[in-house]
Design a protein around this ligand. Structure first.
Ligand code: IPE
Ligand code: IPE
Ligand code: MG
Ligand code: MG
Ligand code: MG
Length: 302
């Protein structure tokens, strides 16, 4: 596909697809407020959790629930939970010992806004609060499955951050295999989990869960390939986070290993793979939203 024939982010009814965002924000704010916390810790997590972000993971969770015939409210606890885990991952990702970033979501990172101790502790809280939320808000027969799903994906994300930051791969592992291992874990795991938890809360049977899993796996990897491309093609002002960090820090990325054109071709391949997953589901509004969300995620510019 040439750049001229490539669809742009403006072509999607993003407002419609992302409509549950306001309800997710309100749900997260209510849960955080219901929990006694030191005032400064409450302020720190509110700053990071409720201060912007595309909310793609909660929306994927809700749309996956709808795609298998469930309703938005059934997916609200895991939707909020996955955004909290994502937010924890970003706070820690930005710390000086990690990517050392000053800007996130168009504002100073949490450790710049407060201090490093608070950023570490706020991240810690946002790693456990979601499990409290799931255990207290979901029906008992679902809570155990969702806790297992979320805990596994969170641990895979942490493993992915280690592969990214402190790589210790066997010498005979190819660069492409290393790259896939980093990206599938650090980013793919939470996105796949968002989709699967939504489908589980919509009471999907095994066949539908497998279809949603195929979709989630493909867009999870695709998401980080696009993130890598944006890091070298967009400005910091546009992204709301520092551009050019990956080259500066010598990170292993799709463009650095495969080049820009091959990375774009990989996005297109993964987009088709995600569509193939959805093709196994009976068509409904949720499935159409997931398809559009995938196509938007392939062409997003921030
Ligand atoms: C950024 O994720 C971190 C990655 C996993 C690449 P998003 O691009 O979804 O960040 P927000 O939530 O919109 O800020
Ligand atoms: C993010 O990867 C992965 C996680 C936060 C788990 P990056 O380090 O590329 O994300 P950005 O570019 O800082 O958002
Ligand atoms: Mg990082
Ligand atoms: Mg980073
Ligand atoms: Mg990045």
């Amino acid at each position: 596909m040439t750049d001229a024939s490539r669809p742009t982010a403006q072509q999607f009814d993003l407002e419609g697809i992302l409509a549950p965002t306001a309800a997710v924000d309100a749900y997260m704010a209510k849960f955080v407020d219901s929990r006694p916390l030191p005032r400064n810790l409450h302020a720190a997590i509110s700053y990071s959790l409720l201060g912007g972000g595309k909310r793609l993971r909660p929306v994927l969770c809700i749309r996956a629930c709808q795609a298998v015939g469930g309703a938005q409210d059934q997916a609200m606890p895991p939707a909020a939970a996955i955004e909290m885990i994502h937010c924890f991952s970003l706070i820690h990702d930005d710390l000086p010992a990690m990517d050392d970033d000053d800007m996130r979501r168009g504002r100073p990172t949490l450790h710049k806004h407060t201090n490093e101790a608070m950023a570490i502790l706020a991240g810690d809280l946002l790693n456990c609060l979601p499990f409290e939320l799931i255990a207290s808000q979901l029906p008992a027969d679902l809570a155990g499955r969702i806790v297992l799903e979320l805990a596994t994906a969170t641990n895979d994300m942490i493993a992915g951050q280690v592969y990214d930051t402190l790589p210790d791969f066997p010498a005979d592992m190819s660069p492409l295999h290393r790259l896939q291992t980093i990206h599938r874990n650090k980013t793919g795991a939470l996105i796949r989990c968002a989709c699967r938890m939504g489908a589980m809360c919509g009471r999907a049977d095994e066949q539908r869960l497998a279809a949603v899993t195929r979709y989630g796996e493909a867009i999870g990897l695709m998401f980080q390939v696009v993130d890598d491309l944006l890091d070298i093609t967009q400005t910091s002002e546009h992204l709301g986070k520092t551009a050019g960090k990956d080259v500066e820090q010598g990170k292993m990325t799709y463009p650095s290993v495969m080049g820009i054109d091959a990375s774009r071709a990989e996005v297109t391949r993964l987009q088709a793979e995600a569509h193939a997953g959805l093709d196994a589901l009976p068509d409904n509004e949720g499935v159409r939203m997931l398809r559009d969300l995938c196509d938007y995620m392939a062409v997003r510019s921030k």
